[in-house]
Design a binder for this molecule. Structure first.
Ligand SMILES: NC(=O)c1ccc[n+]([C@@H]2O[C@H](COP(=O)([O-])OP(=O)(O)OC[C@H]3O[C@@H](n4cnc5c(N)ncnc54)[C@H](OP(=O)(O)O)[C@@H]3O)[C@@H](O)[C@H]2O)c1
Length: 263
């Protein structure tokens, strides 16, 4: 999903799909990076099945941890910068105000642990890196909450006690391409401005899509899932000159427009 929008946002980029490059294959990654001779690599490959990772943490870690390390090391061998997306799920969700870059991590899920392993690998293997933590992605190129909601007719119950910042992938992609220029190093939080619960997000989706769907709030307990989710994972940046994205509602508006044009 994000990779598609990064390709659209970049002027001159080589995009590789999973069938063209498996990031867990260090030699293949090294070869592909040498072929392309990039100034920067944006690693959008990831194991993103949050619930699936609970039963298969080894695969999640191979892709999100070791795979991210392979990409970072291959870029480092050529002196290239690396941009590594990460996630709000590296936090435990116990805070009640936005998480900044220096807050202690404490992932509660296998997916969160695998992404944190990726952060550490990238930082260790390539000094020229930026780790971009983001959250609640929605966009045109893949499975996501907004697209799922729009496929349902209701009545629905949606979780109201998990709060985060929905982020439109086209907005994030522009920031990633800009950061690929190498002006920031280390960890930076980049997510849609504002915050909401999944229930509030769903309501906004139906309202703005002018869909009359019956929807009610529920608790996480009423909707058990294999992987625990943070109760609160709003991201803010304390890094000077970090990219600031538009409000998530503007992202939603732009997404619905992009969706309508594509239909
Ligand atoms: N989605 C979110 O809400 C969210 C939130 C915060 C952070 N992020 C992070 O943002 C980034 C982009 O996420 P996304 O939502 O765009 O994910 P996505 O749509 O699931 O895309 C991930 C891509 O990686 C591919 N992939 C999986 N294993 C691979 C491997 N071994 N080698 C090469 N490619 C592989 C997948 O291929 P297949 O489809 O064939 O498996 C898929 O094309 C990830 O780093 C993710 O952790 C996502």
């Amino acid at each position: 999903m994000l990779g598609r929008d990064v390709m659209a946002a970049a002027d001159d980029a080589v995009g590789l799909t999973r069938s063209e490059l498996d990031v867990t294959d260090a030699r293949a990654v090294d070869h592909a990076v040498r072929e392309a001779r990039p100034d920067a690599v944006v690693n959008c490959a990831a194991y993103t099945n949050v619930d699936g990772a609970e039963a298969d943490e080894a695969t999640a870690t191979a892709v999100n941890g070791d795979g991210a390390g392979n990409v970072a090391a291959a870029a480092a061998a050529l002196g290239a910068f690396v941009v590594q997306p990460s996630t709000d799920y590296v936090f435990d969700g116990e805070k009640r105000e936005p998480y900044i870059e220096t807050d202690p991590t404490g992932p509660r899920s296998a997916y969160g642990r695998s992404k944190l392993a990726g952060e550490w690998a990238v930082a260790e293997l390539n000094p020229r890196h930026v780790i971009v933590r983001t959250s609640w992605l929605f966009g045109m190129g893949g499975k996501n909450f907004a697209n799922t909601m729009l496929g349902l007719d209701g009545p629905l119950k949606v979780v109201d006690d998990q709060v985060g910042s929905p982020t439109y992938t086209a907005h994030l992609a522009e920031a990633l391409v800009e950061l690929a220029g190498g002006r920031l190093t280390g960890v930076v939080h980049v997510a849609g401005a504002g915050e909401c619960s999944w229930y509030e997000f769903a309501r906004a989706i139906f309202e703005r899509a002018e869909r009359d769907v019956e929807i009610a709030p529920c608790t996480t307990e009423e909707y058990p899932r294999p992987a625990p989710r943070p109760k609160y994972s709003v991201l803010r940046s304390a890094v000077p000159h970090a990219p600031a994205l538009p409000d998530w509602r503007d992202g939603l508006e732009a997404y619905l427009m992009e969706r309508a044009v594509a239909r």
